[in-house]
Design a protein around this ligand. Sequence first.
Ligand code: PLP
Length: 448
Amino acid sequence: MTTVTNETAVTNEQAAARARAVIPGGVNSPVRAFASVGGTPLAITRAQGARVWDVEGNEYVDLVASWGPALVGHAHPEVVAAVQQAAAQGLSFGASTPAEAELAEVVIDRLTVNGVRGIDKLRLVSTGTEATMTAVRLARGVTGRDLIIKFAGHYHGHSDGLLADAGSGLATLAIPGSAGVPAPIAAQTLVLPYNDRDAVHAAFAAHAGKIAAIITEAAGANAGILAPEPGFNEFLVATAHAHGALVILDEVLTGFRVSTAGWWGLERTDGAIWRPDIVTFGKVIGGGMPLAGLGGRAEIMDQLAPLGPVYQAGTLSGNPLAVAAGIATLRLADAAVYERVDHAAAVVASSLSEALEDEGVEHVISHAGNLFSLAFRSGSITNYDEAREQEAWRYPAFFHAMREQGVSLPPSVFEAWFLTAAHDDAAIEHIVSALPAAARAAAEAEHA
Ligand SMILES: *Cc1c(COP(=O)(O)O)cnc(C)c1O
């Protein structure tokens, strides 16, 4: 008989030590190990609204928001009730459910802006990594070509071909790609500097007839915020199409976060007329449950199995609990939610800048809709090289000063700060009042 230990870890350090003994690095996703800020990773036991609690019972105003999904706040009662109701009916059937079609309808409806449909059909998967991996296979299957263009500092999950020069955990850890990726697979990915039109033209000229697709974050948000320069996404679509290639717009992070219809929705509301060929979703679409998806025009999406020759499948794809959380979250995420998130982000970003200004700390805040990030340097940031040229060593002191005052920030300077609709005036005030001491800590930090 196996023994179940009833011991409960009482400190974050004890929880981390226990985890390190049985889980590589003590974590199931690298950024959670706090490698770039040092100190003991938080072991979280509970979250509600804008707040999280660690194993020691410490309460934090949370700016991680599960890396985005908690758009309407953690454990929103309507989302939790939807998941509980679904769970009572069975956890997984290995067959279709009516709710999957309902979620697809909700997404397609939200992606219809100014009378134009962004996507006609949606396939659900479980993670953003699966969504982009499938999107790449689909683009290759449709075009009969192999090469993919991606941009330096853009993160599209951890599938082999998309790890080259990615941001996210890799920006922090400074791993150029990953061990275990065969060179012939890495060679199928061309990595270009972001916002560089000449580089895109040159790649198509050098590899005529061989490029299947450009994959791009709708707005870069995994190496700090790298917003597309005005017209850049439209340029990518026009250029790709002129060369018989497709554009995969990765909205895993931005989708349903920066607007009802994601980043594409923002550009379209501003009058843009371009349409992506394939769009990937994740994070907010599952409201905190493992759910992601890819959508596109019907003639492209129908190339997927069972209709077409491009294979894709998943035992837990369209899982009923995840779909219930997604539907409930998207139904809650109305115009008032985006107004609230936009407002909270604007207040926190400007207070952050003021606090650093007061301490004479050189900094720039980069914005993409309601997403923003901090960099310890001057001037604007348009690509990965510029994002990395900063005094990142100031961040650990800043991070820990915020943590000591009950604010949980992303444990890397290269991540966006995530506000939610649950960040009410009290939560915002808590963050704002913690900023001056953290700015002082950043000013006093010494280069290791
Ligand atoms: C988070 C993210 C992914 C990967 O999603 P996972 O669910 O972590 O696999 C892909 N693309 C972008 C833009 C992301 O931010």
